[in-house]
Design a protein around this ligand. Sequence first.
Ligand code: GLN
Length: 201
Amino acid sequence: TPLVGVLALQGDVREHVAALEAGGARTTTVRRASELAEVDGLVLPGGESTTIDRLLRVFDLRDPLRARIAEGLPVYGSCAGMILLADRLLDGGKDQQTLGGLDVTVRRNAFGRQVDSWEEDLPLAGITDDGPPVDAVFIRAPWVEDAGEDVEVVGRLGAGPAAGRIVAVRQGALLATSFHPEITGDDRVHRHFVAMVRQRL
Ligand code: GLN
């Protein structure tokens, strides 16, 4: 059984731990490089990406994490976690950096002030093919403004003013969603990520 860590500097850590366990993983929280070194996969939770970015540097985790991503560590980023995985960021905070890895441009807080949250039933390629769509909950969420040709589009908004926008992507061992499956009790996205981790063991 793979050991999947949840980066526990800020954000909704407990919800991801629970979803990963429901999805068949052993779990641990990650706050230091020695803990990062132990895991077979990692979740970057939702929260505030500017804070997580700053704390990654304070805790001396930024460089070790970039190195593990470059080596092929499976990582799933949700919302703020998607922002952290993006190679390019629009509307980032002052001095905000990303870890990178995903060949995408992500727009932070993309739904705008009027739409702080959004909810939609979303089919996800390779994840909901044999079942109902996921209940996708977006909270001050980013979206993918554009994606490189090696990036697989897993989900797009189907309705509303932002219809057609990309909100779930995969590239190699990296998976990212703009929304928060960990708060809906549907463990299919986490189960899919755990399967990605198993494949790399
Ligand atoms: N708006 C947050 C950010 O910029 C992300 C929100 C979330 O993770 N729910 O990091």
